[in-house]
Design a protein around this ligand. Sequence first.
Ligand code: 13P
Ligand code: SF4
Length: 329
Amino acid sequence: MSLQILSERSVSAEDPLDLMDEIEALKKEKDASILAHFYVDGEIQDIADFTGDSLKLARDATKVTTSTIVFAGVHFMGESAKIMNPEKRVLIPDMLAGCSLADSCPPDQLAAFQDQLRAQGRDFQTVAYINTSAAVKSLVDWIVTSGNAREIIDRVPANKEILFVPDQHLGRYLIEVTGRKMILWPGSCMVHEVFSIQDLIRIKKRTPGCVIMAHPECPQNILELTDVVGGTEKMRQHVMSIEKPTTFLVATEAAMIHPLQKAAPQHTYIPVPGIIASTGETCACNRCPHMSRNTLQKVRDCLKNGGPEIEWKDYFQQARAVLDKSLLK
Ligand code: 13P
Ligand code: SF4
């Protein structure tokens, strides 16, 4: 977590329970619903109307009946909610909550690379992870999330090559599970890329009978040690399917422990720590600095002020067609 975010938290003297009451009242007054990803602070998940993984939240966004949506997550999630609901006002608590994966694939670079492949006579379709900007979504054939990637890859005609953007680790994992050849964009998630393999092995050794769960955004060396590979909703379903109290080592953003604990409190959850590559030191970088920008105060403030707001852009229309056929059909 960055120092700026730590200091933002420490200066806030507001009582979380008072803030939650204020948010409840503002939701009614402003006719708003809150959508929260599993990676935001537990207290925000607790006041949300919908919580979930990227797939569920994108679908939930189409079911909201209020005129305003507050999306507690990161920018590309707010954009997707706006794309699905052009007529609604979509607010996000902090405009600076981005995503290292989305940033790794600027639309102009993707368009140039696609042109280069076409000029070489390559016959391909582009499949993008949902962690991309709307401008990138408007340039691709399919959008996948960790929850539907296999299904969507199966819909790409077998005679086409696949250009998969932007997560190289998820792409490599999908090559393994689908058997399809893919051209991989060299992007990665700053959180999932830095889990400490040494700590994982050490904790596994001293925790007999533990089960390792990891997100497919993790690199191959982590997935090779993993018992259950899956996105956040798959992890939640898995812990709910096991009655016997079990210790789970969880290699994903640390806020995920909150919904796991709520769904299956009989288990013990140990978040796998991150590592600072250059020094070898263990760090708290298993918290996403972008997701951590969401605070109760900012949720309250954006409801109160009616902003920051995601504004509709022309290219959202094309992105909408791709999102519709990939996530809703
Ligand atoms: P899911 O919740 O869809 O697995 O997404 C993980 C993620 O990294 C969101 O930023
Ligand atoms: Fe992006 Fe990774 Fe943060 Fe998810 S956890 S928002 S993929 S940087």
